[in-house]
Design a protein around this ligand. Sequence first.
Ligand SMILES: NC(=O)c1ccc[n+]([C@@H]2O[C@H](COP(=O)([O-])OP(=O)(O)OC[C@H]3O[C@@H](n4cnc5c(N)ncnc54)[C@H](O)[C@@H]3O)[C@@H](O)[C@H]2O)c1
Length: 389
Amino acid sequence: MTPPACDGQSQPLTTFFSQTSSNSQTLTTGYISNTAKSTSDTEMHEPKSKSSIAILGCGDVGSTLAYTLILNPICNEVILVDPKTALLEAQVRDLNDATYRGNTGTKVRAGTHKDAGQADIVVITAGAKQKPGESRLSLLSRNLHILRSIFSSMQPINPDTILLLVANPVDILTYFARKLSGLPESQVLGTGTSLDSARLRGVLAQKCEVAPNSIDAYVLGEHGDSQFIAWSSIHIGTTPLTLALPPTILTPQFRHEIAAHTRGAAAAIIASKGCTAYGIGNIAASICKYILYDIRCVRPISFYQPELGCSLSMPAVLGRKGVVRAMPVNLDEKEQEELKACAENLRGIIEGAESEWAAKEKLEEALRRDTLVPLEEGEKGEEKGEEKA
Ligand SMILES: NC(=O)c1ccc[n+]([C@@H]2O[C@H](COP(=O)([O-])OP(=O)(O)OC[C@H]3O[C@@H](n4cnc5c(N)ncnc54)[C@H](O)[C@@H]3O)[C@@H](O)[C@H]2O)c1
């Protein structure tokens, strides 16, 4: 059976704080779609009969994601788009070679941006990547330019498409993708701190000697330097971390080291191999599955936070309509301050990018007018006169 298609009538996401105790607040971002309310249990885990995922950018991340989608098939078709035509063709051929054996019915083909705009999910990995030592934010100007060109070539976009941003800086690009695509905000999300949270679970699993999937732990905020760990809500099974680990281990130094590990993991990998691809390929493929199969997993994902004026990662329920609902999260005072600082940082970057873009458009408009509008006769004469002089 086909899962419910998006009806494009999403309710706006609303975020508000409610006081739950003297020192903690619950951040609630509320969204329940009409379809989500009426979806029956039998419909929830079945994939669409013919589904497609478009991947824009088939470099290291895009091709790894495509490979993951072949090995764990969840859709019928993967469409790859990249302006480097030789690379695109080679990736399609190489990936198709991986489909001839084994248990996959997924086909891979090259497509255009217009084709991609009709897919069920569009994953955007297109863009420059960090060089060793470079920050994610330094990519902003180049990748925002690419994002704008992508949206002008993809129109008209299928109104049910879910956009998944992977390219960096992912929170800022998620914010702009929402504006540029015109899609409801619940349908535009970024991988955000999903990968950072997976790394956090991995390192805590080693310290606590339990399996990573027994740990509920979230890195929230920016997929970048202003991210923070929601320590107060970490649980191992049903046990709060503060009960699972003795205070002699759970020291400020321990927390500092774990946070530094999580924040710096990508840079350390990039320094040695020039990119990160397997972790993010796996995370992005899982998110695609939660969406296509309407699985309703709770994950930290980047999406628009109306109260904060930016997109950043908070826990959300993921389903066929993208962000089905934000989950309330208890933050202690320190974490609330960290969230505020993180949002202010992102908001400042967004405002800077918006004014830079407005100035650029003004300049381009002026240049266009200069080239297109023929000079008035009088002006021509004056110009000739100037030339003689
Ligand atoms: N969010 C995360 O957790 C995470 C993790 C790893 C990488 N990334 C980001 O993902 C992005 C891609 O990384 P990569 O290692 O694959 O880089 P890459 O250079 O290997 O691949 C990027 C590809 O995008 C293509 N591209 C450029 N403009 C395009 C357009 N208009 N349409 C389609 N394709 C276009 C390029 O030709 C290139 O092949 C980077 O911005 C990187 O920082 C994010």
